[in-house]
Design a protein around this ligand. Sequence first.
Ligand code: IFM
Length: 538
Amino acid sequence: LFRSKPFVFYKYVAIFTSNDTKYPKQAGAAQIARFESEGYESLKARHIDAWEKLWDAYFIEVQADLETQAAVLFNLYHNIIHTPTHALLPIGARGLSCQAYQGAAFWDQEIYNLPMYLYTNPEIARHILEYRYATLEGARKKAKDLGFRGAFYAWVSGDTGEELCPDFFFKDVISGRRIRNHFNDWQIHISPDIAYTVLKYLDVTGDMAFIADQGYEILADVCLFLKSRTHFNPEKQRYEFIRLLGPDEYHENVDNNVFTNYQAKYVIERTLALMEHLRGEKPGRVEVIHTAIGMTDQDLAVLKDMKTRLYVPKPDPHTKRIEQFDGYFKLEHRSPESLKADLKHPLEYWGWPNGVAVHTQVIKQADVIQLFVQHPDFGDDVLKANYAYYEPLTEHGSSLSPAMHAIVAARIDHLSEAEKYFEKACLIDLNNSNKAVSGGTFIGGIHTAAAGAVWQIIVFGLAGFKYEADTVYLSPKCLDNWKSYQFALSIRGHRVVCHIEPEQIHIESFGDESLQTTVSVSGETRLLTGNEKQTFLL
Ligand code: IFM
């Protein structure tokens, strides 16, 4: 009887949490009842349809070997599934894979995960920023607890935005003693990173309603924090940020980290300009926000002064190198490889205060190289000089690092380097190649920042995409073993699909006739209207 008659079992699962409803259990039971009455086949068809829409919205494809294609989709898949779209929750740095980093967001969220959404589905980018608005109170509390004003966002941010990063993150594996890492109180770039992203969101969408409702408040409160955190150096007649950590986490307690200072200056300059614009668009709104957050005329006067006198280290006129922080070039010049020989234990933490990298120029991850991704206007001579200098000094002890190297290497035509770092970034989880334990702390799981950054390597790095002054700029390159690659963008509601081959690029737009996008490919500028396809020779 059993052999001749197949049995089919259907299992319906519904997941609700207190983030969705006050009564998750009841909501789950009601959902299951609806599923049962709808039936498996119909649910499966809806599921497939929902995924097709997602693959289409975030369409990206590489015509290369099967492993590369699969790796790109694997990373895209993870960037999609770990982004909460239903409730105002963080993108966990290890996604849904494990408890490491407590499911909380880092700067990874705005700088690594969000850019894909900004250019494909900006509503999700807005949703992510709304989470930062919803957690402003936590950021204010952190600033206040540390004796500052404004919004100092949590290095590790959960549902309330209060700081979750413990004082003692790693331990000395030899003595067993805890290490007081200062990620929570000195890694200040998180605040300008979030503000920077609010400004990018505005550039891409023109969404002044968001700025008036939420965005400007984030910006003004971050500026207030930066103003209260800076020091005026009377000898050098300039504002500085001292005692901090940049993206490179091995060097704590440094002064004037170049990435941090640039991000801060950019945010202050642009916020002050936006303040005037918002005053014109929505009279009274700026004043309401300033009163609510305690921004005074005196604060504004200092911020205006910081706009011109905040120190941003410049490239050396001869070598073109930019010093990562004050005194960095005086540290011992060693290679990451050579430092391994100095380890007393394979799982030792390399950073502050006594790790093998601390008194050397060996860095954990992209820092000056990261600066070039957020501020792409440095000349290629500067990028080349700094890539040549910093790349050999970088350990890539963070999964964030390879993707940024791939982007910058592609921009300066180091295509073999770009390919090496593209593969490294793509395969971090598929090959399980990152340290799962460092200084006694488990930091494994799915590396969501790297997953988000794979999209950036293809679009920002290889295709050379940037969106400025309402124009899509592309300067595409193809890796040797790639036949072609393609991706979709959504520019102010106009879908633009780019298909890049070694010798030409086809750009196809979709939408009604009212939609127009200006595209400039390697210096040749054209207008795409509604549905049309144009080819540019490379
Ligand atoms: O945000 C990162 C940081 O830059 C390096 N350590 C891990 C964090 C979470 O991914």
